[in-house]
Design a protein around this ligand. Structure first.
Ligand code: ASP
Length: 313
């Protein structure tokens, strides 16, 4: 019998308002989520590595303007897209992370290059972009990333002096639209990837949890792979991803208990809204959220596809 393999993805958690979701938009979102999870799953079917699977899945969402990563990223206070991403491979716990990127089309693949081809874990800003160009990434103009929807969001947030999403014109304007993936491959490797434009109206080179190994992304073979979404400041302070892994490792908690304990417990008490996806060493998938929704999809170890939006689905 072949070893189990499975994959789960998310396109961000938060308040997603069903009444504002047109049938047309819902179809497009669900299609993107399915394409993403299938892209990653195909890598696993072909006996590829879990890291390549999560990168393949995340790239699909980075290329869609519906999600806050790559194209369609939110805008900073100065009307610039600045993206963060990270990846982790669970075998030797190698990791790669990039932050403050302005001209790289697929930040998640750059994070993988940092993991594979650099002596470092985390590269930021111009240095990260120089590394990218040295490793074959092309310069991408800001225009590629910009969308009218994100511009309008910024205008409304800037006017109110807010930096988190707070009013809804789009069904998920109150949502943190970061994307991520976790996978278990046939060789027993766990991997996780997360990619984001961060939060609207951010200033001063703000970096969120999506670039922080242990907060937004974590993977450890035989234990768990995690990718998170939500207001990054809380996720960093709570070290959410590694906290789930530690509960499973040291307390022997199962995946569901460990994820829900953090998301519905301390994180929520602190005021941190959001969610995460996890896969354990047996290939079981769990989606946890304390918000009304999280764009998400999975293909479990039996090959069953699920694509969902709302918490109560
Ligand atoms: N976690 C991301 C950040 O704070 C936002 C998100 O999940 O959409 O940068």
């Amino acid at each position: 019998m072949t070893k189990p393999f499975s994959i789960a993805i998310h396109g961000g958690a938060g308040t997603i308002v069903a009444e504002q979701m047109s049938a047309e938009l819902k179809v497009e979102l669900l299609a993107d989520l399915e394409r993403s999870v299938r892209a990653g799953h195909q890598v696993l079917i072909d006996s590829g590595d879990a890291l390549d699977a999560v990168v393949a899945a995340v790239q699909v969402l980075e290329d869609s303007e519906h999600f806050n990563a790559g194209k369609g990223s939110v805008l900073s206070h100065h009307e610039i897209v600045e993206m963060d991403a990270s990846v982790m491979h669970g075998r030797e716990r190698q990791a790669g992370s990039v932050a403050g990127l302005r001209h790289i089309r697929n930040p998640v693949s750059l994070a993988r290059d940092v993991l594979r081809d650099s002596d470092h874990v985390m590269l930021i800003g111009e240095g990260a972009e120089q590394f990218a160009f040295d490793h074959g990434h092309l310069f991408t103009e800001q225009d590629y990333f910009l969308t009218e929807r994100r511009y309008q969001q910024l205008l409304s947030m800037r006017e109110k002096g807010l930096y988190a999403l707070s009013e809804s014109k789009y069904p998920d304007d109150n949502k943190y639209g970061t994307v991520g993936a976790v996978a278990l491959d046939k060789h027993g490797n766990l991997a996780a990837a997360t990619s984001t434009g961060g939060i609207t109206n951010k200033k001063y080179g703000r970096v969120g949890d999506s670039a922080v190994i242990g907060a937004g992304t974590f993977a450890q073979n035989g234990n768990v792979a995690i990718s998170t979404t939500g207001m990054g400041e809380f996720f960093i302070r709570q070290s959410v991803a590694v906290d789930v892994a530690a509960r499973m490792r040291y307390l022997q908690e199962d995946l569901v208990t460990a994820c829900n304990t953090i998301i519905d417990g301390e994180l929520k008490t602190m005021g941190g809204e959001g969610g995460l996806i996890g896969i354990n060493g047996q290939g079981d998938i769990h989606f946890a959220m304390n918000s009304s929704g999280m764009y998400r999809a999975g293909i479990d170890k039996y090959g069953t596809l699920s694509v969902k939006i709302y918490a109560d689905e």
